[in-house]
Ligand binder design. Structure first.
Ligand SMILES: [Zn+2]
Length: 283
């Protein structure tokens, strides 16, 4: 197996039961010898699936027939492409529910993890509706990004759902640094992707919330588009509800409607912060 497949296999163990043939060989895939598929012999009397236009139907074979069968490794390559295009970094690709420890943490953190779990479990049923999103807000440093990244990883690995990771501050800086040349391209990607993960929305700089009108306009246009088209959002922000409402009321009301069943707010609290920090140092 190639290094990239080897690594991906190791990485995906937390997310799925999929295993890959393990023979030593000069091919990346021994099963299909990198052909993407192989020929299987089917005997007269067996059924085969045939395609007519956009429809599939079963057909009884009159003669022995050789059939082309797609190899599992193609799915692996599709998964690699999915992960690469998500822009989730290698470090973040390791984040799962399993390695999010809830030993000795504040009950609100346990609740947050359980909400994230419930959201993932409900995803298939709710994805096409308006209430299809999750939002974790408040107190920094208690694992909001970890949990939303875990959801993203599970969606890609087990459901093959395309996700785009959008670290708010980096992308906003990038748009400004490029003189807004890539603005439309970036916004189109944010609108089109199946699931958009906005991490650290309106992140304060040096403890100060400073959101320029063009910045909230970009976010509003994207969120409003996704709101109207029922496309899921995963949102983390260290701002409180009041702060978000103050920055942009129309945006915040849409976010809260979309995430109304899966919103967890962690109050900013120095004591809580201290306890959380002490506990999170262990991770
Ligand atoms: Zn293969």
């Amino acid at each position: 197996m190639s290094a990239v497949l080897e690594e991906l296999k190791a990485r995906s163990q937390d997310y799925s039961e999929t295993t890959v043939a393990n023979e030593e060989t000069s091919y990346n895939c021994q099963k299909c010898r990198d052909e993407g598929g192989f020929i299987v012999r089917k005997n007269a009397g067996e059924t085969t699936l045939i395609r007519i236009g956009n429809q599939f139907k079963y057909n009884l074979l009159k003669y022995d027939t050789d059939e082309w069968q797609q190899c599992e490794c193609l799915k692996m390559h599709q998964l690699i492409r999915l992960i690469e295009s998500s822009e989730i970094t290698e470090e973040f690709q390791k984040m799962s529910f399993k390695n999010f420890s809830t030993d000795d943490v504040h009950p609100i953190v346990v609740k947050m993890k359980s909400k994230a779990n419930q959201y993932y479990a409900a995803f298939e049923q709710i994805k096409g509706f308006r209430q299809n999103s999750i939002m974790l807000i408040g107190q920094p440093g208690c694992g909001k990004t970890h949990l939303l990244t875990a959801i993203s990883n599970y969606l890609m690995h087990t459901k093959r759902v395309p996700v785009l990771y959008f670290p708010y501050k980096d992308v906003i800086n990038n748009i400004a640094a490029n003189n807004f040349e890539r603005k439309n391209e970036i916004m189109n990607r944010m609108k089109a992707i199946d699931v958009l993960f906005i991490d650290d929305l309106f992140k304060p700089i040096g403890g100060k919330v400073d959101v320029k009108p063009w910045q909230s306009e970009i976010i509003f246009e994207v969120v409003n588009y996704r709101y109207l088209n029922n496309r899921p959002l995963l949102i983390s922000s260290e701002l409180s509800l009041d702060e978000l409402l103050y920055i942009d009321e129309a945006l915040t009301s849409r976010l809260f409607e979309m995430a109304q069943d899966f919103t967890v707010t962690i109050q900013k609290d120095k004591k809580l912060n201290y306890r959380l920090r002490k506990i999170f140092e262990k991770r």
